[in-house]
Design a protein around this ligand. Structure first.
Ligand SMILES: NC(=O)c1ccc[n+]([C@@H]2O[C@H](COP(=O)([O-])OP(=O)(O)OC[C@H]3O[C@@H](n4cnc5c(N)ncnc54)[C@H](O)[C@@H]3O)[C@@H](O)[C@H]2O)c1
Length: 253
């Protein structure tokens, strides 16, 4: 009998100090995994302690700036030392910058691509190598609705998330027969810090989006947790290379 149980597994969650990924870290912990948060946020220690109190057992954390691609290999070594074996890599850290495409500054473009795509690739490559050696592991990437359509005012974000969806398939094609499944969750419009200013910056767009969601509400961080845990368990053993929306029905409309 398969179990939705991650006891004995270690899950690294990038972006885990806040928002969606913090909820996923909690869910992995509740499913029995040892959790390590990876984030640049000033509240990472506090977030780890809060989770530790909730779970009643140690929660690891590693503060690092994923935009520093030149330092990623060294950061990964330190991370692997803290965690021991990394069984689940949840690539959730992400940033967004809103500007009209014609005015979009190249340094912002590069920054968004570096965090959302390049760091995700390098970290997957580093963790993936270790997983391939053991013939076992699971990577879950965070994609987006903009993995499916281009949206407006977020050209770098859309480009990065479109690429995350394709990279998920590309990695899966090479690695799934060697024990490493790679999938992506594509959250719909979720209430987090990342989207907090939408109501004020563009109330018309906020309303338009809400009206289009069949569930008639924006998602909450907890809404992606079931899928995140499921994908990491043997129940999902034949699911790989998939980009799965959790969007209250938005894409279907
Ligand atoms: N909120 C949404 O509607 C939504 C929708 C689709 C996809 N997503 C994606 O979900 C993921 C989480 O987003 P969220 O909404 O929870 O945002 P959030 O801003 O609440 O959390 C993002 C986390 O990533 C961390 N981070 C950012 N830059 C980093 C860096 N350089 N190094 C290390 N950590 C860094 C932040 O500190 C933060 O803790 C992102 O990949 C985002 O693109 C969000």
């Amino acid at each position: 009998m398969l179990e939705m149980d991650l006891t004995g597994k270690t899950a690294v969650v990038t972006g885990g100090a806040n928002g969606l990924c913090n909820a996923v870290a909690r869910a992995y912990g509740q499913a029995g995994a040892t959790v390590c948060l990876v984030d640049i946020a000033g509240n990472i220690e506090e977030a780890a302690k809060a989770l530790e109190n909730e779970l009643g057992r140690p929660v690891l954390y590693h503060r690092c700036d994923l935009s520093r691609l030149d330092q990623l290999e060294e950061e990964y070594r330190k991370l692997a030392e803290k965690c021991g074996q990394i069984d689940i890599l949840f690539n959730g850290a992400g940033v967004q910058y809103r500007e009209k495409a014609e005015n979009f500054p190249y340094d912002r473009w590069k920054f968004v691509l570096d965090i959302n795509l390049n760091a995700l690739f390098l970290l997957s490559q580093l963790a993936g190598k270790d997983m391939l050696e053991r013939n076992s592991g699971c990577i879950v990437n965070v994609a987006s609705m903009t993995s499916f359509f281009g949206s407006e005012m977020v050209p770098a974000y859309s480009a990065s998330k479109g690429a995350v969806a394709q990279l998920t398939k590309a990695l899966s094609n090479e690695w799934s027969s060697r024990g490493v499944r790679v999938n992506a969750i594509a959250p719909g419009y979720m209430e987090t810090k990342l989207t907090a200013n939408m109501k004020e910056v563009n109330p018309a767009q906020y309303q338009e989006i809400t009206n289009r969601i069949p569930e008639k509400r924006w998602g909450k961080p907890e809404d992606i947790c079931g899928l995140a845990v499921f994908l990491a368990t043997p129940w999902a053993q034949y699911i790989t290379g998939a980009v799965i929306p959790v969007d209250g029905g938005y894409l279907g409309k």
